[in-house]
Design a protein around this ligand. Structure first.
Ligand SMILES: C[S@@+](CC[C@H](N)C(=O)[O-])C[C@H]1O[C@@H](n2cnc3c(N)ncnc32)[C@H](O)[C@@H]1O
Length: 235
């Protein structure tokens, strides 16, 4: 863990980032992101968790989806108090029923097997301890539940090298975001999930590569049999 990450875990507040987030994101939200945020809420039903809700960018989509389905119970977590305040305001303005908890993804305040769907939009780039956070997603998802993601990732070739160079400054300016994290590899390599859908988006400029997809939480017995097959149990 780097010193920066230690500071993040004790103080997740980034007031300037929270203030600038919506105005800076507005052009992308209106153009390329709409379709992909809709992907995250497709056929939404049951218990749903929005990880790192930020200012509530997913909330208008939740409202649409909840109106269509009528069987959605919404929760969110957001550790930054400035972001959380904006999310609460947005939920109120939309008339959206959603419980927003003050928590980080590394310690979700929910029981095992609570959720049908967990959603991460542009958030695993920022979570300091993404391994622990992914374990928490696996813990709170019901077996067969879905983890849906929309994340920016490290670029390929020269773009990736540029991301590596810019990453330290970006981390400071962008609320702790890791510009060059290979989040998609972390997701795809995790044995607790089955990859059911994965796309590297083509409609987004290559300078900010974005991936979207869905992982399904495996049932415990299928995880154990895979690990035994791969000789990973230590027996
Ligand atoms: C780039 S913003 C994305 C917000 C929103 N999901 C969206 O799609 O616009 C990243 C968010 O992750 C939050 N965050 C930071 N550390 C976190 C953690 N440990 N667990 C969950 N969220 C975290 C930040 O406060 C911020 O609101």
């Amino acid at each position: 863990m780097t010193p920066n990450e230690r500071i993040e875990m004790t103080d997740p507040a980034h007031p300037i980032f929270a203030k600038l987030y919506d105005p800076v994101m507005k052009p992308a939200e209106r153009t390329v992101l709409t379709e992909h945020r809709r992907y995250l809420v497709d056929n939404l039903s049951g218990m749903v968790l929005d990880l790192g809700a930020g200012t509530g960018a997913m909330f208008p989509y939740f409202r649409e989806a909840a109106a269509d389905s009528g069987t959605v119970t919404l929760f969110a977590i957001e550790p930054d108090p400035h972001m959380r305040r904006k999310a609460l305001e947005r939920a109120r303005d939309l008339g959206l029923e959603i419980e927003i908890e003050n928590a980080g993804a590394e310690a979700l305040p929910f029981a095992d097997d609570s959720f049908d769907i967990v959603i991460a939009s542009l958030v695993f780039c920022t979570i300091p301890d993404f391994d622990v956070a992914l374990s928490e997603v696996a813990r709170v998802l019901k077996p067969g539940g879905e983890f849906r993601f929309l994340e920016h990732v490290r670029g390929e070739g020269a773009v990736g090298i540029a991301h590596d160079v810019l990453a330290p400054a970006w981390h400071t300016l962008a609320g702790g975001c890791h510009l060059n994290r290979e989040t998609d590899d972390i997701f795809r390599d995790d044995d607790r999930f089955e990859l059911v859908d994965y796309t590297r988006l083509e409609d987004i400029p290559r300078i900010v590569p974005i991936v979207r997809g869905t992982l399904e939480r495996r049932r415990e017995d299928s995880v154990i049999s895979r690990l035994v097959g791969a000789g990973k149990t230590g027996k």
